[in-house]
Design a protein around this ligand. Sequence first.
Ligand SMILES: CC(C)(COP(=O)(O)OP(=O)(O)OC[C@H]1O[C@@H](n2cnc3c(N)ncnc32)[C@H](O)[C@@H]1OP(=O)(O)O)[C@@H](O)C(=O)NCCC(=O)NCCS
Length: 207
Amino acid sequence: MNQDYTIRLETKNDYREAEQLTREAFWNVYRPGCLEHYVLHVLRDDPAFVPELDFVMERDGRLIGHVMYLRSEIHGDDGRVIPIMTFGPISIAPDCKGQGYGIRLLRCSMEAARKLGAGALAITGNIGFYGKSGFVVASTCGIHYFAQPREAEVPYFLIRELEPGFLDGVTGVYRDPEGYFVDEAAAEAFDALFPPREKRKLPGQLV
Ligand SMILES: CC(C)(COP(=O)(O)OP(=O)(O)OC[C@H]1O[C@@H](n2cnc3c(N)ncnc32)[C@H](O)[C@@H]1OP(=O)(O)O)[C@@H](O)C(=O)NCCC(=O)NCCS
């Protein structure tokens, strides 16, 4: 792929367009409608938000991608709290999906996170996409997802070291930062500020 895009930090002027893009990318994918544009809206004010890792991808004068990062932690079985990071929502405009933009945005932002000192990233997502960028199922490394029994293999809870060896000797439990658990009624009210769209129940949705 020729580089026909730029990746830069999000500015206040991008907020609405990035939220619109996020809404378009997630709409009816995991549930009828989506919450992610509201998640993005509120997470920018979250204490865990990392402004140095809030990126937009631009092509031909419009935003075609966005990703943001949050500080998070693993609660180690030995009592340590291990600071790591997570990210998301990550979005690519529907008409640009499947053309390699998402993987480029992910890799560019992961490199920036590494330079900022993040030792590892955790994410709930599809191994089909994230596995291509070095993520593995976290339970196979002894890092467990708070919402599932410890003995369960949770195929959608993934982890990746950015600093080799960072997770050596670490086992424990991971919980998503509080900011991701948004109030659905508030999300609904926020969504009403956008052009109306039909919510559809589709096969493959999670909710
Ligand atoms: C997920 C998303 C960011 C991926 O971006 P994209 O530009 O479409 O993905 P790419 O074209 O860079 O794909 C890279 C590779 O990952 C694979 N891939 C992409 N999305 C995938 C998915 N949802 N499931 C499985 N594999 C996927 C592609 O097939 C491609 O594989 P290949 O290199 O063998 O051809 C984008 O599709 C999107 O915005 N989806 C809706 C929102 C979403 O689900 N965000 C992630 C939530 S965890």
